[in-house]
Design a protein around this ligand. Structure first.
Ligand code: DP6
Length: 388
């Protein structure tokens, strides 16, 4: 006998960045952060989990490859879900003693350096919560897998509260507004080619927390103010305010990377050209129409409203020519040509071909969802259905 649960879960892109932990093991952040959850129809992780008396050991397959189960973060998530189930008495102890099999994949290239661990851990924890019938909030358990994963447990606009408890019990995510609150909000992810080996989030943020004085100022003074301001901008659907705070916070996050000792850098020349382009575009328009934000890599996420997407896509394709027939993926959209005069006034030269590899066009979406059509990634005997 075995029970299989399958869940899909979204990625999220922060507008107030999480960078720095006050507890490394429990993954408790130094500051609150805010993000938008992106539509699972464009990008998602999918995970099947199963428990059975016939399984000999806990096993996991990721993107078609068997991986070791010894990963501490993975073990912490499983242990906590079981603990929660035992407190809630949602399943019996015999069920809790069975081994689990996990099979997970992303529908977007992990190589693109997009927030795959956030979607992956939110998906895993939600699937395990379904398997063990845990009904309470699981964002603090997803957090144990990867900090930013706790925000992918909810749809729409989400705030991760740093909390004050030493055990992290109040370091949880809550929804600021649901996915239909700001229906015009869109995101364009510009995937920038980068051959450099980047410093991981975990290592980067430790170095910054250990060495950056600017981070202390950021945590104490900037983030608390910005978190309140951007929550209000979201509630009021004030795009110009939302955009300004988003860009300032992205810039400050990259500034604290540079303020670390030794410093490290995620942005490339292409990233900086995107930043220039957005500021010039906003300036000519007389208000902020586009907001950029960059995570621990050179890719840009542009937030903007639906009406502006055709013009902005035209502009991106003009400034960043591509040799691909499939340059824009995700939601479908027309291009709206801009006049030569307008483009000239930006004074940004056309860039080398394929500086941007491709663009993902998406919108704000729902949190994790259970898939009930039987398209599991595991068979009833606990082996992966297919390899990718
Ligand atoms: C730049 O959640 O990947 O994307 O908790 O160590 O797993 P760990 O880090 P992770 O960090 C994400 C950092 C960020 C900003 C953000 O998403 O808030």
């Amino acid at each position: 006998m075995s029970d299989i649960k399958t869940v899909i879960a979204p990625v999220n892109i922060a507008v107030i960045k999480y960078w720095g932990k006050r507890d490394e093991e429990l993954i408790i952040p130094l500051n609150d952060s805010v993000s938008a959850t992106l539509d699972t129809s464009v990008m998602c992780a999918k995970t099947s989990v199963s428990a059975s008396p016939n399984f000999v050991e806990d096993e996991i397959w990721l993107n078609g490859k068997k991986e070791s189960f010894s990963n501490q973060r993975l073990q912490n998530c499983l242990k906590e879900i079981k603990q929660r189930a035992s407190v809630e008495k949602s399943v019996d102890n015999v069920f809790l003693s069975w081994k689990v099999h996990i099979c997970s994949e992303n529908n977007f290239p992990t190589a693109a350096g997009l927030a795959s661990s956030a979607a992956g851990y939110a998906c895993l924890v939600t699937a395990l919560a379904k398997l063990y019938k845990v009904s309470s909030d699981v964002s603090s358990i997803a957090r144990l897998g990867s900090g930013s994963a706790c925000r992918s447990v909810y749809g729409g606009f989400v705030r991760w509260h740093a909390g004050v408890n030493p055990d992290g019990s109040d370091s949880v995510a809550t929804q600021i507004a649901g996915s239909s609150h700001w229906p015009e909000m869109r995101a364009l992810i510009l995937v920038v080619g980068d051959s450099k080996k980047k410093i991981s989030s975990t290592i980067g943020m430790k170095r910054t927390a250990d060495t950056s004085e600017l981070l202390e100022y950021r945590v104490q003074h900037c983030v608390p103010k910005r978190t309140e301001q951007i929550s209000n901008a979201i509630k009021e659907r004030n795009f110009a305010k939302f955009a300004e705070i988003t860009m300032k916070d992205s810039n400050q996050f990259h500034a604290v990377c540079m303020d670390s000792y030794p410093p490290y850098v995620y942005l490339t020349n292409v990233s900086h050209t995107i930043i220039d382009l957005v500021h010039k575009y906003n300036e000519i328009n007389g208000e902020a129409k586009i907001a950029y934000t960059f995570d621990a890599g050179p890719n840009a996420c542009l937030y903007l409203v639906e009406n502006d997407v055709p013009k902005v896509l035209y502009l991106i394709q003009h400034i960043f020519p591509s040799s691909s027939n499939n340059f824009v993926t995700g939601l479908s959209c027309n291009r709206e040509p801009l006049s030569n005069e307008f483009i000239k006034s930006l004074s940004i030269p056309v860039q080398e071909k394929d500086s941007i590899k491709y663009v993902i066009y998406t919108k704000v979406g729902e949190g994790p969802t259970e898939i009930k059509d039987g398209s599991h990634l595991l068979t009833t005997d606990g082996t992966p259905v297919k390899t990718v």
